[in-house]
Ligand binder design. Structure first.
Ligand SMILES: [Zn+2]
Length: 140
């Protein structure tokens, strides 16, 4: 019949072979330069960054280590929650008025140690600060 043969036998010569079966496995300590395990990336301040492992390396353990390309690795996320918390605390100290305890959205002038309203009566824009916690009962 008129059916085109190539339609049936068509094979993409550039198709990627199935992953797991084909990545190379290196003997322990024989992994080529430019590849690193997650642990090694971590020591470099890097993370795989979503790339698939390109090879395996034999370890002393029962499982092979997965190797990632260092040039595709991304820097570890710099901010942990703990760091963010510490930074926020430091910022809070510089943004909070020592007299009325309002926290402003900007850093207060260090020479005053208070907001302008407490310093010289300049009314503070209510949109520019966060009200102090209710537990503070301070003389106005
Ligand atoms: Zn104040």
């Amino acid at each position: 019949m008129g059916r085109a043969l190539e339609e049936v036998t068509e094979v993409d010569p550039y198709a990627k072979p199935t992953e797991a079966a084909t990545i190379p496995v290196f003997a322990r300590l024989q992994a080529p330069e430019g590849l690193a395990t997650k642990r090694q990336l971590d020591a470099l301040g890097l993370r795989p960054g979503g790339q698939d492992p390109v090879a395996e390396v034999q370890t002393r353990g029962p499982k092979n280590g997965l190797l990632y390309r260092i040039d595709l690795a991304l820097p570890k996320r710099p901010m942990t929650l703990a760091k963010e918390y510490a930074l926020d605390k430091a910022m809070a100290a510089r943004q909070t008025c020592g007299i009325c305890h309002r926290r402003y959205h900007y850093v207060l002038p260090t020479r005053l140690d208070s907001c302008l309203e407490c310093h010289d009566g300049t009314p503070a824009d209510p949109a520019s600060y966060i009200a102090p916690p209710a537990s503070h009962h301070l003389a106005a």
